[in-house]
Design a protein around this ligand. Structure first.
Ligand code: BG6
Ligand code: MG
Length: 222
């Protein structure tokens, strides 16, 4: 087997926290008179907290109205709301097929790496009871965010994997672009049309369709 590591996005790949991010941003935006919908939210997926806030302010034509300190407060408010939603998270909220894929990787001694832009990633993995399944969790602090390749490259390097023999799994356009920029095989979860345009090599509608042998075949890494 040529495969050296599988790098997982978190929000929207391992569990449904992409929805919680959306709900918390929507509330924060409404509080300052900006409306956002699900279509606009696609452009926030995979993007860091402060960059997401910036995009919302620009979308509402309000970027000039908030100082850096006020932005920090808005981002904190959103994060507190988001963390309150996370208290609902339980192991059974792990998306279908993810636990099985992690088990298969463990059996084959292929490192699983968490490549998320979220500073809340450790607490989410703990709530899902999955922290033992990952060899390495990228810390996004101080690393250029997606669509830059750095989060994925950092994860591969940490486990000694050659990016050409890595598979990245993502639900966001920015995330797929980051995987491709890192020179890895990109698996998209979600809408085929959108993720193919971003560069996905293969797209599954649901994580339930993921399994190691079909991934290896698709990526020619058997
Ligand atoms: C990404 C999400 O995984 O993490 C984004 O797709 C989110 O929606 C980003 O903004 C940062 O997350 P957090 O938890 O650090 O605010
Ligand atoms: Mg995601």
């Amino acid at each position: 087997m040529k495969l050296q590591a599988v790098l997982f996005d978190l929000d929207g790949v391992i569990t449904d926290t992409a929805e919680y991010h959306y709900l918390a941003w929507k509330q924060m935006a409404e509080n300052i008179g900006i409306g956002i919908d699900r279509e606009f939210n696609e452009a926030l997926k995979g993007i860091s907290r402060m960059e997401s806030l910036e995009r919302i302010l620009i979308h509402g034509n309000r970027a000039q109205d908030f100082t850096p300190n006020q932005r920090t407060v808005l981002a904190q408010e959103k994060n507190e709301h988001y963390i309150s939603l996370l208290t609902q998270l339980l192991p059974e909220h792990t998306y279908p097929g993810i636990g099985e894929l992690l088990e298969q990787l463990k059996q084959e001694k292929v490192p699983a790496v968490l490549a998320s832009a979220s500073k809340n990633a450790p607490r989410i993995l703990t709530s899902l009871g999955l922290e033992e399944m990952f060899q390495y969790m990228v810390s996004p602090d101080g690393i250029p965010g997606k669509p830059a390749p750095d989060i994925f490259l950092n994860g591969a390097e940490a486990v000694g994997a050659d990016p050409r023999y890595c598979i990245g799994i993502e639900d966001a356009q920015a995330g797929i672009e980051a995987i491709k920029a890192a020179g890895m095989y990109a698996v998209g979860i979600g809408e085929e049309r959108v993720l193919r345009i971003a560069g996905a090599n293969i797209v599954y509608e649901s994580t339930a369709e993921l399994n190691l042998s079909s991934l290896l075949k698709a990526a020619s890494m058997e």
